[in-house]
Design a protein. Structure first.
Lengths: 217, 299
C-alpha cells in the first residue's frame, strides 16, 4: 500500500531529516514508528500524507507517486487518509459535532446521512454525549479522541497518528490504543509514532525504528 | 448536485454569519463602498438631467436667417429655394412665424409667450451648411446678410456645441471615476477578505489537511465579497436617491422663483440594477484575488 524508495528529505538550511529511507507497508498493517526526537518520524508521516514532498526518492501510496502528483489533486489524496495530529488541530469556534462533520462536508456529504455518520464516529470514541459541547471544554484525552473521530468519520483506508498517546495518562493511552487496534482489525492500515515501548509490546504490530533519518531496525 | 447546492447555501450562510460577527466593520466597509459608488452615480444623474434640459438641441451647426417682418410667406419660400441653390448649403428649411412660436411653447417657455397679444416673430430660414468649420460659416453668413429680405441672422449653435463637448467630457469623467472607484471598491473588498482569511487561517489549514479543495475554501469568501459589494451598491443607490430627494425641494423653490417647474430624473430600475450588478461583480473580483493570493502564500 505504501512504498518509499531512497527517500531523502532535506529542509531549507541543509538539515536532513530523512536520508535514504526504503520501506514497504502492506495494506492492513499496524505500524509503530519509533525513534528519538528528531529521528524523522513526523517527517515520514508528513511525506506519506503528502503534506510535504521528498527532496529525492519516491513515495508511493495506493499506487500514486506523491512526488509527481499535481497540487490540485492533493485534496483527493488526503481524503483517503485519516490524520491524527499531536496538537489535535481542532476548530474551537464550532461544536464537537461540527468538527467531525467537516471532512464529510468537504467531501460533499451533508444532511441526515452525514449526521448519522458523525454520531457513529463520536459513539466509537465515546464522545456521543458531548456532541454539542465546544472542544475547549474537553480534557486532553477527549480532545485526542475527538481528533480521532474526525479522522475516521469518512472511513479512510489509512490512518496516520503522530504521538497519539503522548501527554496522556496510562488509562487514556490504553483506551486510545484499543481504538486503533479495533480499526486495524477491520482492515484499516494504521501507522503511528510513539516513544512508549510497553504499548508496542502489548499491541504487537510491526515496529520500525528510525535513527538519524535512517531505518535502524 | 444536491451537495453542491448544500455547500453553496452553507457558504452563503457562513458569509452572512461572518458579516454579523463584525457588524460595525461590515457597516463601515459597506458605507465606504456606497460613498465611492455614489460619486460616479451622482455625477451620472446630474449629467442625465443636464442632458435632458439641453435635449433636442441640434448638434449640427445651423445658421438661422430672420426675414423682414413684413415679407410675405411666398417671398420667403422663394428665398429658401434661392438659398438652397447657393454653393456650400446642404439644406435649407422654411420656419413660419407660427411654427416658431409653437417651437418656443414646446421648449417650455409658454409662460413667456402666453403674455403676448400678437406673434412678434418673423418668418425664418434654417440652413445647414455643407461644411461646419468656422471660416466657412462666416463666409456663408456674409453672403446671406446681403440677400434681400433678410433682416438679421444668427449662428446660435456655438454654445450648443460647447455644451455637447462639455457633456461628453462629463461622460468621460463618469467613466474615469467609475474605473478608479471600482478599483478602490475591489481593493476595499480584497482587504476585508484578507483580514477574514487571517482570522480563519486555522480553519483553512485544517480543511486543507483533511482534503478541502481551494474551491471549497474560497467559496464562502467569494459569497462574502459579493454580499458586501451588493450591500455597498444598495448603499450607493440610497445615497444618490436620498440626495436627489433632499435636493428636489430646494430645486423646486428655485424653479418656482423662475415661475417654472423642474422634474429631476433619478436612477431608473435598469440603472439601479447596473449599479448593484457592478458592485457585486467588483466585490467578487476583489474577494477572488485576495483569496487566491492568500491561499498561494499559505502553500
Amino acid at each position: 500500500m505504501i512504498e518509499l524508495s531512497d527517500v531523502v528529505k532535506r529542509y531549507p538550511g541543509g538539515h536532513e531529516a530523512l536520508s535514504g529511507i526504503n520501506l514497504t507497508i502492506e495494506r492492513g498493517e499496524l505500524i509503530f514508528l519509533t525513534g528519538h526526537s528528531g529521528a524523522g518520524k513526523s517527517t515520514l508521516l508528513k511525506l506519506i500524507a503528502a503534506i510535504e514532498r521528498p527532496t529525492s526518492g519516491v513515495v508511493t501510496v495506493s499506487g500514486q507517486n506523491l512526488g509527481r502528483i499535481r497540487r490540485s489533486a492533493l485534496p483527493y489524496v488526503r481524503r483517503n487518509i485519516g490524520l491524527i495530529f499531536q496538537d489535535h488541530k481542532l476548530l474551537y469556534d464550532r461544536s464537537v459535532h461540527d468538527n467531525v462533520l467537516l471532512p464529510l462536508h468537504i467531501q460533499g456529504m451533508s444532511g441526515h446521512e452525514a449526521g448519522k455518520r458523525v454520531r457513529a464516529a463520536l459513539d466509537k470514541v465515546g464522545l456521543l454525549n458531548k456532541e454539542r459541547a465546544r472542544p475547549i471544554t474537553l480534557s486532553g484525552g477527549e480532545q485526542q479522541r475527538l481528533c480521532i473521530a474526525r479522522a475516521i468519520v469518512s472511513r479512510p483506508p489509512l490512518l496516520l497518528a503522530d504521538e497519539p498517546t503522548a501527554n496522556l495518562d496510562e488509562q487514556y493511552a490504553r483506551d486510545i490504543m484499543d481504538m486503533f487496534k479495533a480499526f486495524n482489525q477491520v482492515g484499516v492500515t494504521v501507522i503511528l509514532t510513539t516513544h512508549d515501548q510497553d504499548l508496542i509490546q502489548r499491541y504487537g504490530g510491526r515496529r520500525i525504528a528510525l535513527a538519524n533519518g535512517k531505518v535502524a531496525s | 448536485m444536491k451537495a453542491w447546492v448544500d455547500h453553496n447555501l452553507h457558504s452563503l450562510n457562513l458569509a452572512t454569519k461572518r458579516m454579523a460577527e463584525g457588524p460595525f466593520a461590515a457597516l463601515f466597509s459597506i458605507l465606504v463602498i456606497g460613498i465611492a459608488l455614489s460619486l460616479p452615480a451622482g455625477l451620472y444623474v446630474a449629467l442625465k438631467n443636464i442632458d435632458r434640459l439641453a435635449g433636442g438641441m441640434p448638434t449640427q451647426p445651423e445658421i438661422t436667417l430672420f426675414l423682414d417682418i413684413d415679407l410675405s410667406q411666398d417671398k420667403g419660400r422663394q428665398l429658401v429655394q434661392k438659398v438652397e441653390g447657393m454653393p456650400g448649403v446642404a439644406h435649407a428649411r422654411f420656419v413660419s412665424r407660427d411654427d416658431g412660436l409653437k417651437h418656443l411653447k414646446d421648449a417650455g417657455l409658454s409662460d413667456l409667450t402666453s403674455g403676448l397679444s400678437a406673434n412678434p416673430l418673423p418668418d425664418a430660414i434654417a440652413i445647414t451648411p455643407n461644411d461646419s468649420n468656422a471660416d466657412n460659416m462666416e463666409r456663408l453668413a456674409q453672403q446671406f446678410k446681403l440677400l434681400p429680405g433678410v433682416d438679421h441672422l444668427a449662428m446660435d449653435t456655438d454654445w450648443a456645441r460647447r455644451l455637447t463637448a462639455l457633456l461628453d467630457f462629463g461622460h468621460n469623467l463618469v467613466w474615469l471615476m467609475t474605473g478608479l472607484l471600482g478599483l478602490a471598491l475591489a481593493a476595499i473588498t480584497g482587504n476585508t477578505i484578507r483580514l477574514q482569511i487571517y482570522a480563519a487561517r486555522d480553519e483553512i489549514e485544517v480543511s486543507r489537511l483533511i482534503g478541502a479543495t481551494n474551491r471549497f475554501i474560497r467559496r464562502p469568501f467569494l459569497y462574502f465579497g459579493v454580499l458586501q459589494g451588493l450591500l455597498g451598491g444598495l448603499a450607493g443607490w440610497l445615497i444618490v436617491s436620498g440626495s436627489l430627494h433632499a435636493m428636489t425641494a430646494s430645486l423646486d423653490r428655485l424653479a418656482l422663483a423662475w415661475s417654472g417647474h423642474l422634474d429631476l430624473l433619478g436612477l431608473g430600475p435598469a440603472e439601479a440594477a447596473i449599479i448593484l450588478a457592478t458592485s457585486s461583480l467588483l466585490g467578487f473580483l476583489g474577494a477572488f484575488l485576495a483569496v487566491n493570493y492568500s491561499l498561494q502564500r499559505m502553500n
